[in-house]
Design a binder for this molecule. Structure first.
Ligand code: MN
Ligand code: MN
Length: 312
């Protein structure tokens, strides 16, 4: 048997097969327990957040990172991407929402401290709040581009959770905690109306799927990019922004959403912005059909990674 040196890609593939490991986009795996060493010289760090107790009655998104890794393939990375790695999953406690928030904020801060950009896969949408807290500490008030069927500005729902930080509320807390710069929450794909007072009070920019269809993606995204300018921009993508016909594997589907192609084009349209991080959340593999939701989630994350280095 030939024991000579191997192509690094082939070596990684062989390691993955040998150890039964899946990696986001076939990227090299690094040991995030030593983040300064693991993320040294990295441009992009992909991390999973397998946590879903924020989803109350529709659990299962904790399996999202595993499924999206399996669906993520090995796309050819452009030269300009620089070093990109899979840092594994953030070890968030499954049964403690507060514990999850602490660990996620700390883990994201470690990626940022190394000068890298985090790309995260949930998990339910409650995981995004601690990510935005870490982002705010590093960069100050953010622009947030939020793709979702729901505005996620819910108040506490006693029937769902005694924790007000459940998956229907991350954007409410981000607004109320001042993580988002004035008038810099841009919501796309929305087709449910919740707290219009809060939306008005904070000058939230809401683009419904009807609005996108009527005005067109090019015009709407030009306006979003112009409004954001050079602000540090966090992208949070709840997969239920996409129509259940294209993304059935999610806990709170709402008909009338984006097509896969529209979703990809929207994320690609963020190229040119100063993207400081992105998440894709609410993939619930047990409800999926033929893996299409995980495939799309992986494609959206990859498109976001390309957009972060200026490629549409
Ligand atoms: Mn949603
Ligand atoms: Mn959401």
């Amino acid at each position: 048997m030939d024991a000579g040196p191997r192509d690094p890609n082939e070596q990684r593939l062989a390691d993955g097969i040998r150890h039964g490991m899946l990696r986001f986009f076939g990227l090299p795996w690094v040991d995030s327990s030593n983040p300064a060493e693991a993320y040294k010289d990295c441009r992009v760090v992909c991390l999973g957040i397998p946590h879903d107790i924020g989803a109350g009655g529709s659990p299962g998104a904790r399996y999202g990172p595993y499924s999206v890794r399996g669906a993520s393939g090995m796309p050819a990375a452009p030269e300009t991407l620089g070093r990109a790695v899979d840092g594994g999953n953030i070890p968030a406690p499954l049964a403690s929402a507060r514990g999850m928030r602490d660990v996620v904020e700390k883990s994201v801060a470690e990626v940022l401290a190394a000068g890298a950009t985090p790309f995260l896969v949930g998990g339910d949408h409650s995981v995004s709040l601690p990510v935005m807290r870490a982002m705010h500490k590093a960069f100050g008030p953010l622009a947030v581009v939020h793709f979702d069927a729901h505005p996620d500005t819910s108040k506490g729902m006693e029937l769902m959770s005694d924790d007000p930080y459940h998956h229907g509320a991350p954007l409410r807390h981000a607004l109320e905690e001042g993580l988002i710069a004035p008038r810099q929450l841009h919501q796309l794909g929305i087709r449910v109306s919740w707290d219009e007072d809060l939306t008005r009070e904070h000058g939230v920019n809401v683009y419904t799927t009807d609005h996108l269809a009527d005005r067109g993606i090019r015009m709407v995204m030009a306006r979003v990019r112009e409004a954001i300018g050079t602000l540090p921009t966090y992208v949070t993508f709840d997969i239920d922004a996409v129509d259940p016909a294209f993304a059935p594997g999610t806990g709170t589907p709402v008909p009338g959403g984006l097509t896969s192609r529209e979703a990809l084009r929207l994320v690609g349209s963020l190229a040119g912005l100063r993207i400081v991080g992105m998440d894709v959340v609410e993939v619930l593999p047990a409800l999926d059909q033929s893996n299409i939701t995980s495939l799309l989630a992986a494609a959206l994350l990859w498109r976001g990674i390309l957009a972060s280095v200026g490629l549409a």
